[in-house]
Ligand binder design. Structure first.
Ligand code: ZN
Ligand code: FE
Length: 256
């Protein structure tokens, strides 16, 4: 089995497309299908042929290219069981605890409802990489559209238990806006202060801030830090239940 090769590229306004490839098995998956043309361009650039679509959730900026790409390539479509009816061209529905074999690379399916009710993440333990869609972002988390704050926090907590060195790919480049908010929640976190500087420099040079690592997010992302005394103090919620603190942070971001 070859190493899992990963290629990320921008799509639409602020989405990321990601291709994963195993050279021995000659299989290639796109994580979500935000936009057909950039996905086809990325496939051509790498010389890879699309064989799989792995969807994280039903939103149009994640499934919009399913039908066209499936029609053109005959690839299979895998997506979240709880929202199977909303995933165009779905062949294989997967849910919590399922394992999905991509050319010998095993992905554990983690349900992370909140942003949508059936949102899933794909965690490739042996490859040390997680594709988390719109659940966790660099310095942010997804808007809670369909689920509850409690569900979103539960899903994030599952991701927080993955090995700290896990590389995290997310669906959007929202990091600059997330950074401006994060610093209001934990202004005294020196590592966050430093990270915000790095992010500004990367974006000023048109460079991506994604992927990130779980380790960095655990130490700087306010949505993963509701148990932090500094965050609780800043919000005037010392000693509060982390779930309640998370909900307050999410509400503040919605109004930021
Ligand atoms: Zn979404
Ligand atoms: Fe999205």
């Amino acid at each position: 089995m070859a190493k899992l090769e990963i290629h990320q590229f921008p799509c639409l306004n602020d989405n990321y497309g990601v291709l994963i490839h195993d050279a021995d098995k000659n299989v290639t998956a796109t994580i979500d299908t935000p936009e057909v043309a950039p996905i086809e361009a990325a496939l051509a650039e790498k010389g890879w042929t699309l064989t799989h679509i792995l969807n994280t959730h039903h939103h149009g900026d994640h499934t919009g290219g399913n039908a066209e790409l499936k029609a053109k390539t005959g690839c299979t479509v895998t997506g979240p069981k709880p929202e199977a009816a909303k995933i165009p061209g779905l062949d294989t529905a997967v849910g919590e605890g399922d394992v999905y074999d991509f050319g010998g690379h095993v992905a554990q399916i983690i349900e992370t409802p909140g942003h949508t009710l059936g949102h899933i993440a794909y965690y490739f333990a042996d490859d040390g990489v997680a594709f988390v869609g719109d659940t966790l972002f660099a310095l942010g988390c997804g808007r809670v559209f369909e689920g509850t704050m409690e569900q979103m926090w539960s899903g994030l907590q599952k991701l927080m238990t993955l090995p700290a060195e896990t590389t995290v790919y997310c669906g959007h480049e929202y990091t600059l806006a997330n950074a401006a908010f994060a610093i209001t929640i934990e202004p005294d976190n020196q590592e966050l202060v430093e990270r915000v500087k790095q992010i500004k420099a990367l974006r000023a040079n048109g460079k991506p801030t994604v992927p990130t690592t779980l380790d960095v997010e655990l130490r700087t992302n306010p949505f993963l830090r509701p148990a932090s005394p500094g965050v609780q103090k800043q919000l005037g919620m010392e000693g509060a239940d982390p779930a309640a603190v998370f909900a307050e942070v999410r509400r503040r971001k919605d109004n930021f």
